[in-house]
Design a protein around this ligand. Structure first.
Ligand code: FAD
Length: 427
């Protein structure tokens, strides 16, 4: 880790003594350790393993407003952090599912994010440093609290998507973004996969700089826009949503710039049983709601934003594919998902499909045939589908095991869990 920067004996570090003792005691008697933030996205804890709950550490350690960075403890929820930052005009620009219960630790450990990744970057881009309890119960640090700090390898990034497998994250430092003066989005129905793909390519090639670019299946669009005034997506099989944020003038200009593309997409499409489909513009509040709903829908079964689990028997399969294959995969998934929503973030090629547990294997086959890769974000979904947490083995799993051996020599974190088993079996 950061050998050049000895740990300062900061007063608040005593807050981690209880967790450190728990880790030391469990490791000393050879028990496996599973880290939890209470968000329900983690793994089942095997018999005899110790569950370390981080919700006891939930403070903001340091908000450097001028530098636009914040250091927070891992048990703080995303919603609590957003509430603390909002009056200062700053934000952690990540779209987090279930922010009321999802903690900073889970955000880092699962590398959570959503639509605005296109314009704002993901966890790895925004994470500047971490403080972690290792298997010896020691506090170690990676990265720092300032934006320009890194000399050599930036080890803190290893903890992004580490799934509690490398240690207990107790603090994270993030780069912040200014809350935009204005935000908005254009909603454009598309008649088929080719039209949606063309539209996305045009938007990405054009003069506008979208903050987000998503494609929704008809079921996802119905779930998301059911209560949004002025949006009628009609019978379109796919709906493209391009979002913008920034100064009021820039957002207005970009939305007007995109309007001709939206109009031509509409005029080119007279299908859908004769029902004309129309594009629409979302205001800032509706766009914010859209990003929150999409984040929920991308990780949790159930109707977006309403908290109700109205997708009984469904799980969320997440796929990654080249951007130009995304809309085709969504089309091929449609009969398998039936009325289950499917959505995609075009920027990073991530597709989230709500599939009945018994059809998951068919959905995974569609993704694999298209050269994509899949996984379950939540261990509970993999368990319900009776499938491995991760899809076909990847070349970098051997490297991951090397990192694991270097940072957790005895392999205490997550031992015997779904993630540990999947990586070891596939590497
Ligand atoms: C199939 C199944 C059966 C279950 N059965 C039971 C049961 O019978 N009884 C019971 O009490 N619970 C049960 N659980 C829940 C289980 O205890 C939790 O999933 C587990 O404790 C992880 O917590 P979480 O889901 O709240 O993690 P989340 O807070 O949602 O975290 C998500 C991921 O991030 C990691 N993470 C979070 N914070 C940190 C951090 N600070 N540092 C490093 N990594 C972090 C977690 O390890 C996890 O991998 C079950 C779960 C599953 C999937």
């Amino acid at each position: 880790m950061n050998a050049a920067a000895p740990l300062r004996q900061e007063a608040h570090l005593g807050a981690y003594d209880g967790l450190r003792a728990q880790v030391r005691e469990a490791a000393a008697r050879g028990a496996a350790i599973f880290v939890s933030g209470g968000g329900g996205m983690g793994e089942s804890v095997p018999e005899g393993a110790v569950r370390v709950d981080t919700r006891c550490i939930a403070d903001v350690i340091d908000h450097a407003r001028a530098d636009m960075t914040v250091t927070v403890q891992a048990g703080l929820t995303a919603a609590a952090l957003a509430q603390r930052l909002r009056p200062t005009g700053q934000q952690l620009a990540l779209d987090i599912p279930r922010p009321a219960t999802t903690t900073i630790g889970a955000i880092v450990a699962l590398s959570l994010g959503g639509s605005r990744r296109l314009g704002c970057g993901g966890v790895r881009d925004q994470l500047l440093g971490v403080r972690v309890i290792n298997a010896d119960g020691e506090l170690i640090r990676g990265g720092g609290r300032v934006v320009k700090n890194v000399a050599g390898y930036d080890l803190c990034k290893l903890y992004a998507q580490s799934r509690g497998w490398l240690g207990v994250i107790v603090e994270a430092t993030f780069r912040l973004a200014a809350l935009p003066e204005q935000a908005g989005a254009v909603v454009i129905p598309a008649s088929d996969a080719e039209a949606a793909e063309r539209l996305c390519a045009d938007v990405l090639r054009g003069d506008t700089r979208p903050t987000s670019l998503d494609v929704l299946s008809a079921a996802a669009a119905r779930a998301i826009f059911a209560h949004t005034a002025g949006v009628a997506v009609g019978a379109a099989p796919l709906v493209v949503v391009a979002g913008f944020a920034g100064s009021a003038a820039a957002v207005r200009w970009q939305i007007s710039e995109l309007a001709p593309e939206a109009r031509s997409a509409v005029s080119a499409d007279r299908s859908g049983g004769g029902r004309r489909i129309a594009s629409a513009v979302l205001d800032g509040a509706s766009y914010e709601r859209f990003c929150a709903d999409i984040a929920d829908l991308a990780y949790f079964p159930g109707r977006a934003g309403r908290g109700a689990e109205d997708g009984p028997g469904r799980v969320v399969l997440r796929a990654v594919a080249a951007s130009d294959r995304v809309t085709r995969i969504m089309t091929d998934l449609a009969p398998i998902c039936a009325d289950g929503p499917t959505l995609a973030h075009i920027a990073n090629g991530v597709i989230a499909a709500h599939v009945r547990a018994e059809r998951c294997r068919d959905a995974a086959d569609v993704v694999e045939r298209a050269g994509g890769w899949w996984q379950f974000a939540r261990a509970a979904d993999a368990a319900a589908a009776g499938m491995a947490l991760l899809g076909p083995p990847r070349e970098d799993w051997g490297l991951m095991l090397g990192v694991k051996a270097a940072l957790d020599e005895r392999g205490v974190f997550g031992r015997g869990g779904a993630w540990d088993r999947a990586i070891r079996a596939g590497a």
